[in-house]
Design a protein around this ligand. Sequence first.
Ligand SMILES: CC(C)(COP(=O)(O)OP(=O)(O)OC[C@H]1O[C@@H](n2cnc3c(N)ncnc32)[C@H](O)[C@@H]1OP(=O)(O)O)[C@@H](O)C(=O)NCCC(=O)NCCS
Length: 175
Amino acid sequence: MEKIIIGKDGDVILRELMDADLEKLAIYANNEKVSINLRDGFPKPYTIENAKSFKKMIDSQTPKTFFAIEYQNDYVGNISLSPGTDVYRKSAEIGYFIGEPFWNKGIATKAVNLISEWGFNQLDIVRIYTGVFEYNQASQRVLEKCGFVKEAVFKKSICKDNKIFDEIRFAKIKE
Ligand SMILES: CC(C)(COP(=O)(O)OP(=O)(O)OC[C@H]1O[C@@H](n2cnc3c(N)ncnc32)[C@H](O)[C@@H]1OP(=O)(O)O)[C@@H](O)C(=O)NCCC(=O)NCCS
């Protein structure tokens, strides 16, 4: 079956998640250094069953807004845009993770740029935003590199592993 590709920048491709990715997804997602930066809804431990249910959930989505990140023809992570509802319906929250073996190769930067361009063109949105935990310097750097603006610090809004942290809010507006 032909893979649906939504963006490509050199050796980084955003495409639909395939069954063949799920084993790697479960390995890369089952990592404390990944989960510590995400909401507690992200399964921990992350099993192959979690990966299968995740794919089932995203396969039932319309429109599809969760994608796999491919680097040099290998699955390396996920990225998504979650559109809001009600008065927030013209905004979407961006989320992403890259498997640790592939960090610091510029992959997230390319992926965030690609999905932002796709989102502003294909979804009826004018704003893409996210909240980053204060200790996640790498993600803050990625967003800055992609032209996201630091809009606010939500003081002590995060409770992760029973410790309290600030959340840094970033957003990019459609030009
Ligand atoms: C955040 C994450 C997506 C970054 O992916 P990546 O592919 O390594 O990102 P890139 O290589 O495009 O860019 C990383 C940047 O952060 C910088 N960086 C990495 N670790 C850093 C640290 N501890 N302190 C400061 N900067 C750091 C890198 O130097 C690079 O910046 P540069 O290009 O100016 O040198 C990845 O680390 C990850 O998946 N983390 C766990 C999940 C997560 O945090 N998701 C986002 C939640 S908001």
